[in-house]
Design a binder for this molecule. Sequence first.
Ligand SMILES: *Cc1c(COP(=O)(O)O)cnc(C)c1O
Length: 406
Amino acid sequence: MSQRLIYLDNNATTPVDPRVVDTMIPYFYDKPGNAASRSHPFGWMAEEAVDYAREQVANLIDVDPKEIIFTSGATEADNLALKGVFEMYRRKGNHIITAKTEHKAVIDACQKIEKLGGEVTYLDVKDDGLIDLDELEKAITDKTILVSIMWANNETGVIQPMKEIGAICEKHGVLLMSDATQAVGKVPVHPKEVGIHLMAFTAHKMYGPKGVGALFVNRKKPRVKVTAQMDGGGHERGMRSGTLNVPGIVGFGKAAELAKKEMAQDAERVSKLRDRLEQSLVDRLEEVYVNGNPNSRMPHVANISFKHVEGEGLMMTFNQNIALSSGSACTSASLEPSYVLIAMGLGDDLAHSSLRFSLGRFTTDEEIDFTIDAIANGVNHMRDLSPIWEMYKEGVDLESVEWSEH
Ligand SMILES: *Cc1c(COP(=O)(O)O)cnc(C)c1O
C-alpha cells in the first residue's frame, strides 16, 4: 500500500494554513518586540500587530475589539469564564448550569467550582445530542449566575439551539457563556445576536497556530466582569496577565480573516464530502448509525457507529493511513466509552464501535474515496472474524444470550 497519510482529525487540531504561517514569520525575526514595551519601535510594532489581529478576530464574530481577551487557548478561556464569573458574581449566587456533553475544559472547571462551594447542574441531552430547553429553564433558580452551553460539540458536531438558550437566559437575567471552539471560523457565530455574554474559542481549530485563543467578554448591557485567574502585569484589561504571544496572535488574526472570507465556500464543499462519506458507508454496510441531530450539525463532522465492530480495533486495520478518533477514550487503566455518546443514550458497545471523522479545508475528494474503501473493507474484515456478528447474522437475539462468566 502506498504510504499516504490522510488527516481526518480536524476536530483535534487543524493544520495551519500556509497563508497564516507567512504572516507570523516576521514576528519571530524582524519584529521581535513585546507588545507591552511602550518605549521603543519594536514594542510599538508588536502592539500595532496585536491591535490589528484583535480587530480581525473581533470582526469574525461581530464584536468590539475591546471585548476580546487573548488567552493561551480555549481551555484557558473556558476556565477564565467559569471560574472568573463564579468568583466575581458569587455574592449574587453560586449556581451554574451546564450539560453532560460539554468539553472536559468546562466539565472539569465546573467540578473544581463545586469543590469551592459552587453548585452545578449538568443537564442531560436527548438522543440527538440537543439539550432540552424546558429542562434548562426549569433548572434556573434565584441562585443561578451562569449558564454554559457549547455552541457545537467536538465529538458529534451537534449544534445547540443557541438563540433559544439565549432567550431563556435573557428572560431570567442569567449570564450565558458558550464554548464555541468547534463552531467559530467554520459556521457563522455572532454571540451578540443570540445573547451570549462570554465565549471561548481557539486558533488551532480554525487553521491558526496552537497555544493562542480568546475569550469574548461582553462590555455593554450588561458590562460583564470576570475575576482574573492569572495575576501579574495586568494585561488584557486586567483579566489575563502574561506577555502576549505576538506571532500566535498575528496568526490567529489572519486565520480569522481567512475564515470570514472563505467559510461559506469551505462549508459547502466539505459538507458534500462528509455527506458522501456517510451515505456511501450507510449504503455499503449493514448496521451503520450516524450519531447526532442531522439537521443541527457542523458541516465537516461525521460520528458513525458500526455495530458489533470495536472502533479501536477497526482503526488498527487502517491507521497507518488514516488519522481519526474513536468513541473510546484511553484513561490510565482502561478504554472508556465516550461520555458524550453515553449521554446521548448509546450503550457502551455502540459507543465503543464509533468513529469520528472530522474533515477540513484541506480534505480532498480523492482522500474521501480512499477512506470510504478503507472503512468498508475494515468493517467487513472485522465482522468476518467476529463470532458475535455471525450470531447476529444467524438471527440469534444477542440481548437474550446469557454469556458465561470467565
Ligand atoms: C479543542 C477544544 C477545547 C480546548 O482548546 P485548546 O485551545 O486546545 O485549549 C475546548 N473546547 C472544545 C469544544 C474543543 O474542541
